[in-house]
Design a protein around this ligand. Sequence first.
Ligand code: PLP
Length: 470
Amino acid sequence: MKFKTIIEPFRIKTVEPIRRTSFSERQHALLAAGNNLFLLHAEDVLIDLLTDSGTGAMSSAQWAGMMRGDESYAGARSFYRFEAVVQRITGFKHVIPTHQGRAAERILFGEAVNRGQIVPNNTHFDTTRANVENQHAEARDIPVAEGLQPALIAPFKGNIDLAALETILREEGDRVPLVMITVTNNSGGGQPVSMANIRATSELCRRYGKPFFIDACRFAENAWFIKMREAGYADKTPLEIAQEMFSYADGCTMSAKKDGMSNIGGFLALNDDALAQRCTNLLILTEGYPTYGGLAGYDLEAIAVGLEEALHEDYLQYRTRSVAYLGEKITAGGVPIMQPPGGHAIYIDAKAMLPHIPQHEYPAWALSLVLYLAGGIRSVEIGSVMFGLQPDGSEKPAVMELVRLAFPRRVYTQSHVDYLAEVLLYVNSIKTHIRGVKIVEQPPTLRHFTARLEPAHGALLVGLDSAEFE
Ligand SMILES: *Cc1c(COP(=O)(O)O)cnc(C)c1O
């Protein structure tokens, strides 16, 4: 290619206005939301990087697919189209649609995981952890050590620790019902998992007779990183790489709100006939009939098209480049981030950026609030508010205090990213004025979604004139 600029590989057919707010409007909004960005009205957010889940823009082909949706209760054409695409990519025999990823988790763990058991995973996503714990089992994270060093640059920091996995299988194997790998490793910084690591995990699982499942939410992004970074894959297509990844596993759970490029949906896919039968029975009880699983026929069409679009090379190049571009700009300005940038998000290392805020005052949460106050940006804390509350009610600080800026798919353009960089660099310049927060109200599980917080020292920002922000 003669020209090097990586462009957004789409043109815009429908636009949705976003609204600027004043500093005092944002202050009021934050107060009303109990200093919890989840409780904001989305209208009060300028650039919404809370999550890349279900927030993407659908393509004209997906919208056209929706018009073709077959809403028959049983045996709809849309289901067979969906099933065929999932089978072509994953190779799994049974495809069970669900309304989103966590429903696939709940159904799988509901049938396969029992009280007192252990599920090893490179790093459990929050709903995955909660669904394991809901079975009174232990969700055990065993990421490789380099995955826990935010500043370290390495190609596959999402890998599972194979030695730790083997120790668990050897010493506590009778309590392990299945092993999981999350690709890419969302809670571990959106870092990819190598094919070699997936293959070796599969071999260990075979040796110890354990089923191996992939949490496949970002399988296409993971395939792209394998293509870019792992020897022997440069000439393979993302589809071929994805097919090989899945070939090593016995099944997967999937949120179609991520690399399904859809606003809703998910699935559980697996090979084991008997387990699939039990999961299907539970699906009928709680989600719906097996050919729609809690989705409309048109959703199944949107997912079928989206799964294929997520594997287009132009798209994957643009997506990973947008994230890396923001990462490079703010790294150059001195903002510490999880390196190298992952596929769907930038993770700011709040522990490194705000060393003056102790972990029990939730530095990453405080930083996320300041990003909103300063620039109307909504991010999410992945730290001790999200993970600190233990099942027994005690508090244990998280390993890392991260602020995640997740990119919705095909939604924002380069000028949005330039604006983000400007705000982030500004906040970095006033970081010594930021103070910590405390929790004043919380539910017993998944507390980050609904907890209410207050500044721990009277104000979030001290020693700054609010005129700064207007
Ligand atoms: C989003 C996500 C889930 C859960 O999917 P939902 O569709 O939000 O229920 C599970 N695992 C990972 C890695 C995810 O990113």
